[in-house]
Write a protein that binds this ligand. Structure first.
Ligand code: C2E
Ligand code: CA
Ligand code: CA
Ligand code: CA
Length: 280
């Protein structure tokens, strides 16, 4: 038994060692990806239900790794947060996406197209963010009211007084603040009053089982009521089926994002979709 324990320990140890090496290699690759800006952006349209037209886009990062294929942000964003590379990555996305959306605004004669950017919780708590936002707006010429900064509830609540200060600075620039994955994080709703929040994105887990789960229906209904009384814009995320859409429309939903309308698209495909959207 003792021998067996020893060899098991060895195997376990080797596995951990391999994993650590892999992670280290990935970190080296991620550093290089930041230096060379190997990232590509996908843009998922957000649809205004009243007209079924595209009101704007959420920028979603993609990392086409030279050997491992495209790595999903769910895998490398946590690593980027641990290594501090997230500040550079979010800033690359911010600048690239602002330029791109400003270009589409001019190209398609629609200065109202909006852009949503994800800012990681770790990054959000840093004093550098408002300056980065301001520079990206200036360099691109995108008007601040077209920009929505998406953060999660937990990013806000980790250090509320720092968050409050940074939110105010972002608001002073004229940009909007959006709560991402709403309903999955912090349980108190008082922060919706305390902080200057413009948009709430209802998490897709609620939308997902709205067809057969009465609790989810009640939650969705309550969030729309809350939105109306607090004057918040609500976006429903992850809408995949006509049934989900029908329920949302009955509840007064005005903006949706999800595979039912569009998947995240690369810039060339957005060009095509926007040309079609203009003539509808
Ligand atoms: P998120 O901000 O909640 O983004 C929405 C995710 O849901 C995206 O996954 C999108 O592709 C996916 N999605 C959209 N519509 C549907 C649908 O109808 N059904 C389903 N099942 N999924 C849908 P993605 O692109 O893999 O991004 C995952 C997460 O990675 C994002 O979640 C966000 O937290 C993070 N992320 C993405 N880009 C960035 C970035 O530039 N910076 C930072 N800090 N985080 C990012
Ligand atoms: Ca998001
Ligand atoms: Ca989300
Ligand atoms: Ca998320």
């Amino acid at each position: 038994a003792k021998e067996l324990g020893k060899s098991m320990f060895k195997v376990f140890n080797r596995k951990m060692h391999d994993q650590a090496l892999k992670l280290l290699a990935l970190e080296t690759d991620l550093r290089r990806a930041v230096d060379l800006d190997e990232f590509v952006l996908a843009y998922q349209p957000i649809v205004r239900l009243e007209t079924r037209h595209i009101s704007g886009f959420e920028a979603l990062i993609r990392w086409p790794h030279p050997e491992h294929g495209t790595i999903s942000p769910d895998r490398f964003i946590p690593l980027a947060e641990d290594t501090g590379l997230i500040y550079a990555i979010d800033n690359l996305v911010l600048n690239k996406a602002c330029e791109q959306v400003r270009l589409w605004q001019k190209q398609f004669g629609n200065d109202e197209l909006t852009l949503n950017i994800n800012i990681s919780g770790k990054h959000f708590g840093q004093a550098i963010l408002p300056g980065q936002v301001s520079r990206a707006l200036e360099a691109s010429g995108l008007s601040p009211e077209c920009l929505n900064i998406e953060i999660t509830e937990s990013a806000l609540m980790e250090n509320p007084s720092v968050a409050e200060d940074i939110l105010k600075q972002i608001k002073n620039l004229g940009a909007n603040v959006c709560i991402d994955d709403f309903g999955t994080g912090y349980s108190s709703l008082s922060y919706l009053q305390r902080f200057p929040i413009d948009v709430v994105k209802l998490d897709r887990s609620f939308i997902n089982d709205v067809d057969d789960n009465l609790d989810s229906q009640a939650i969705v209904r309550t969030v729309f009521a809350l939105g109306r009384s607090l004057d918040l814009k609500i976006v429903a995320e992850g809408v995949e089926t006509p049934q989900q859409l029908a329920f949302l429309e009955r509840e007064g939903c005005r903006y949706v994002q999800g595979f039912l309308f569009y998947k995240p698209l690369f810039a060339d495909d957005v060009d095509e979709v926007l040309s079609g959207d203009k003539h509808r």
